[in-house]
Design a protein around this ligand. Sequence first.
Ligand SMILES: NC(=O)c1ccc[n+]([C@@H]2O[C@H](COP(=O)([O-])OP(=O)(O)OC[C@H]3O[C@@H](n4cnc5c(N)ncnc54)[C@H](O)[C@@H]3O)[C@@H](O)[C@H]2O)c1
Ligand SMILES: [Zn+2]
Ligand SMILES: [Zn+2]
Length: 367
Amino acid sequence: MRAALYEGQTPDLILVDDIEVEEPRADEVLVRIANCGICHSDITLVDLMAGSGDVSVLGHEAAGTVEAVGPMVTSLAPGDKVLLTPLAPCGSCYWCSRGEPTACHEAQLFASGFRPDGTTPLSRSGAPVKRGLGVAGFGEYTIVRAAGAVKLAPDTPLDIACVIGCAIQTGVGAVINTAKVDPGATVLVTGLGGIGISVVQGARLAGAAKIIVSDPVASRREAAMHFGATQAIDPLSDDVAALSLESTGGIGVDYAFEAAGVAALVNTCLTSVRVGGSAVIVGVDATLGSAEVMPASLVTHGKSLVGSLLGDCHPQRDIPKFVDLWRRGLLDLESMISHRFDLANANAGLDNVRAANGIRTVLTVST
Ligand SMILES: NC(=O)c1ccc[n+]([C@@H]2O[C@H](COP(=O)([O-])OP(=O)(O)OC[C@H]3O[C@@H](n4cnc5c(N)ncnc54)[C@H](O)[C@@H]3O)[C@@H](O)[C@H]2O)c1
Ligand SMILES: [Zn+2]
Ligand SMILES: [Zn+2]
């Protein structure tokens, strides 16, 4: 099969056609990938893995068609369209039973690129190839646990629905699952790529009264207004926290979402939220930069600082809900997809994401 491999040598992926993929194990499915969006986390992985010697297939925002199922799988059959999710909770452990799927041990292993037993279904000339962030969407075939593949109706367009896999789960989930934004709330969103735009869409869906956004890229600020933002701030020329306070009568916003992956914005968000408000950290700083937070101010102002992994989504519950919201015209996926590249041009796609062009870049992996 063809796959775009990251070998940790250069910032570029290499396209190869001699990757081997195993037969699915008892609880796994073999999926032919149709489309996969490129998330900034793929770029972050390239940055963090440089020089590690690891070989992996990146891409974790994918949709495709089931080719084969393991003997224990009853929920899916060959020919089913599926949306893949990076975090596949087991569904039966203590944490899953508590309704905390992102704390599930098996889900937490997604970033390792391996199965819980340390193996991977992908190899090249007998050497293991990791599954990027749990999916390996930049290749024609992958194997995932059935729990991580959500069945879609046969008429679902995979080239559009794929962005639900990471952007929508992460952004809309951060609003409705992590923060539980209430109607009439005031919201700040810093960073307006696929993730931040999904936060904006989530805030609009939740009935937020004010959605203030910030990004140095003017075209992304304009796009955010289309998706429901009510005020856009250029952080290069204006003080985001000061304007957020001013826009809320000096009170501060109820919720501030960091969706840029810039550590310093943690304090921008904390300063922007009102007494008793929440700063929700969604972005991952690729430099692993840190931010100084004064705990005393959290206490005296009763502010919350919380991280959100993949929007705390329950994939089998939330993904069908997001597809339904899209079908009803309440989530706009089409306008998020600004660029498409074939798998052979995956590097141009990655460069497009690095350059913050458009909103989401999607690879056509197979047709
Ligand atoms: N928490 C999760 O589960 C999760 C899931 C997916 C992605 N992420 C992370 O979310 C972040 C965003 O991902 P994306 O794919 O949308 O990335 P992206 O590169 O498309 O967008 C990031 C945006 O942040 C903007 N930005 C940079 N500096 C800024 C500043 N000082 N103020 C405001 N905006 C600024 C950029 O101009 C860009 O538009 C990344 O860090 C990514 O790794 C987290
Ligand atoms: Zn992602
Ligand atoms: Zn579990």
